[in-house]
Design a protein around this ligand. Sequence first.
Ligand SMILES: NC(=O)c1ccc[n+]([C@@H]2O[C@H](COP(=O)([O-])OP(=O)(O)OC[C@H]3O[C@@H](n4cnc5c(N)ncnc54)[C@H](OP(=O)(O)O)[C@@H]3O)[C@@H](O)[C@H]2O)c1
Length: 324
Amino acid sequence: MTTTMTRIGLVGLGAMGSRIAGRLLQGYEVYGTNRSASKASELLARGMTWRGTPRAVAASAEVIFSMVTDDAALEAITSGPDGILAGLGPGQVFVDMSTVSPQASRELARSARSLGASMLDAPVSGTVTAAEEGILTIMVGGPHDAFHAVEPLLHVLGRTVTYVGGNGQGLLLKLALNISLAAQMLAFSEGVLLAERGGIDPKLAADVMTASALGSPMLRARAPLVLDLPEQAWFDVRLMHKDIRLVLDAARELSVPVPSAAVADGLLARAEELGYARRDIAAMFQVLARTAGTPAGTPAGTPGPTSGPARPGALAPRSGGTAP
Ligand SMILES: NC(=O)c1ccc[n+]([C@@H]2O[C@H](COP(=O)([O-])OP(=O)(O)OC[C@H]3O[C@@H](n4cnc5c(N)ncnc54)[C@H](OP(=O)(O)O)[C@@H]3O)[C@@H](O)[C@H]2O)c1
């Protein structure tokens, strides 16, 4: 599969964007920019061409990728005199890979269309290592002809590239998928903590669980992080919480009950309160441990691991409960 589009733009060189740029540099001319210019230095040394604004990136490329945090960041890089839209023209394809609200993405797609360009939402599943290796799962929404034009580029970045439907549908599927990411991480953390507090070696518990039928590739990869939380996050609590809030918004709009997302929302809010916003989502285990009470059998007066009392369901959903 090949494409005639060889000049590629990239706006947003954070944890994921920088890896995506790195892969595209292996076969294409890449023009990039980032709010914090310092993050570009390694990519510049590898051949990327710097542009001072998102508008200048768009004006230099046939296909423009973006990978930024959230709706506010997407608005910041696309609007105004220096934004992507100001540099976009007929025939170009703008591919946003950020996890943002489907609604915001659809509105942006309308603006791109009014300029004669096309927009695709192409959010990804898989973390920084998958981005580096080009084995992301990519879900795409938008005009099918635009998808067809950029599909070879998406295969440089992802092992599974799926056209889902019209604008916003890639994002909706990504949000649906991420309910399981939060729920699996939470249920696994609960199980390991329960075993540990009952006197079972947590490593043994984690090994048995991940070797069982429940051991998804995600849990197998993250189990070591649960037992020894790294300083550097693969996917942090702040981003997971942003995704879960987007899930709750989408579920409300579509009148779908999402009880596990509602519980995850409460736990992630607690994690942020406890200072884990920039730590990997494997921190859920520590949040539960700090919320748990003194283990059974501990002599009276022995200080427990946390200040709070043991209370099953202490991190139950916040306002709104289980219904959207
Ligand atoms: N990390 C993962 O494992 C993972 C996996 C799947 C999907 N995602 C999704 O991918 C997206 C990016 O995640 P990431 O891990 O790459 O995050 P990140 O490392 O925090 O990078 C965020 C990027 O957004 C830019 N940005 C944020 N606010 C901005 C603003 N107001 N104006 C201009 N630029 C702004 C940042 O610029 P600065 O460098 O100047 O801050 C940076 O380039 C998110 O939507 C996330 O949910 C992440």
